[in-house]
Design a binder for this molecule. Sequence first.
Ligand code: GAP
Length: 476
Amino acid sequence: MVRIMFSLDTITSLAKRRGFVFQSSEIYGGLNGCWDYGPLGVELLANIKNAWWKEMTFRDNIEGLDAAILMHPRTWDASGHTSQFSDPMIDNKTSKSRYRADNLIEDFIEKMRKKNKTELANEIETALNQAKEPNDFYDIIIKYQIPDPVSGTTDWTPVRNFNLMFKTFIGPVEDDSAIVYLRPETAQGIFVNFKNVLDTARQKIPFGIAQIGKAFRNEINTKNFLFRTREFEQMEMQFFVKPGSEKEWFDYWKEQRWNWYNRLGMKQEKLRWKVHEKLAHYANYAVDIEFEFPFGFGEIEGIHSRTDFDLRNHQEFSGKKMEYVDSVNNERYIPYVIETSGGVSRSFMAFLCNAYDEEEVASDNGKSEKRTVLRFANVLAPIKAAILPLVNKDGMPEIAETIYRDLQKSFKVQYDTSGAIGRRYRRQDEIGTPFCITIDGQTLEDNTVTVRERDSMQQIRINADNLKNYLLEKFI
Ligand code: GAP
C-alpha cells in the first residue's frame, strides 16, 4: 500500500470545510484550546463513544456511570491533584513566549536527534527522565543552552509549577471556602462512587466502572489541533481487582484496548506501545497506546495499574470505608485498580488522520483527477449512505426520496441532487460515506438501485426492497 504524506493543516482545513470541527467562538477570534464539533463532527464523536460504550459495558462485569463535573474539593486533595497536578512552566523574557519546560526540552532533544547528535540527545534525555522539581528542568535548559524557538535567546525566567485545574466558585460568595474545580479527569468520579456501584449493581470483584465525560485542564501550551486542548472528553474505565492479580488484568486490558482500535480500522503500523519508564509513585505498571499523527507519535490512551492508591486515599480523606468484603473467602481488602483512560477528542483526530487518503482516479471526462477519501470503518462513518437520484426528473427524485425517508428511520443518511453524479460521489468520499445509492433509469423498470462502495468504488445492483437489510448488515 502506498503511504501518502499529509500535514496536520490538511486535516484541520478538511475538518473545517466539511463541518467536522470549528474553532470555538470563531467570530470573536477564537478561544485557545477549545473547539466546537460541527454536524459531521458530532456524528463521528458519537460513533466513537458508542463503539467504546458497547465494547466496554456490554459485558457482565462492567457497569456505567455519569458523575458530575463539579465534585467536592476534598476529592482533589485525596487524588493528589491539588498538590501534584502541575506542569513546569517557563517564560522567555525576550519573546514573552511561555512553554512547558519538559516539552521545550523534549523538542530540543528531537532536534538534536534530527541533526544526528545522538549522544547529546541521549544525555539530555537521561537528565530529563530524572527531573522532578522545577529547578531540575531549569538546570537542564541552562546547562544545554536550550534556546527559545521564537527569539533564539536563552533569556529564561526560573521554572515554576503551574496547577492545571480550572477553578471556579460554587454559590454566590467568591471566597476560598467556595472554590470548586472543573474535573481534570473523569476517573475520580468513578472512585468516589465505587461503593455505590458495588452495592447497587451487586457486582463482585473483579468488576469495572466505565464513564465518558468532559474533562478540563488549563494546559500551558495547547497544540496540534485537538491533541492538547483545555476542554476535552475522556472515556475511562476503572477495573477493580484483588491485590496480586493486577498484572494478569493489566495484560488483559492492554490486549483488549489494542484490539479495539484495530477492529475500528486503525492501521497496525500507525499504532505502537510506549512503556512508561518513569512510573507515577502509585503505579506499578503503565503503558500508552500511541498513534502516528502527521506531527509524530502521540498518546491516545493510557493503561495503568494504579494499585489501591485512589481508593485508599479516598478512604483516608473521607473517613468512609472503601473495602471489599469477600464473603466466600472471608477476606477484606481495598481493591487494586487497572485503568484504561482514552481521550475521545484525541481518538477523533487519530481516526480522522487514519482514514485520510488521496488517490488518482479516472474522472467523468476520461482524464484523471485527485480523489480525497476518508476511509472510516463503517460503524464510525458520520453518514452511512447517500441517496442520489441520477437526474431530477422521470420520477427518480420521488423514488429516491421514499428510499431516503425509509433508511433515515434506521441510520444517518444524506439526500443529494445537486451536480454531476461524479461530483456527488467525490463529496461523499471526502466525508467518508461508505455507500452511495443511485436511482437511475433501470430503477424505473425493475426496482433495482446501484450501491457504490466508497473504497473500491465498485457498484452492484440490488433490489430496493432489500436495500435496508443489505446496509444494516454492514454497520454492525
Ligand atoms: N485518569 C488518567 C488520566 O487522566 P491522562 O494520561 O492524563 O490520564 C488520559 O489522560 C487520556 O486523556 C490521554 O491519553 C488523552 O487521550 C486524553 N487527554 C489528556 N489530556 C488531554 C488534553 N489536554 N487534550 C485532549 N486530550 C487529552
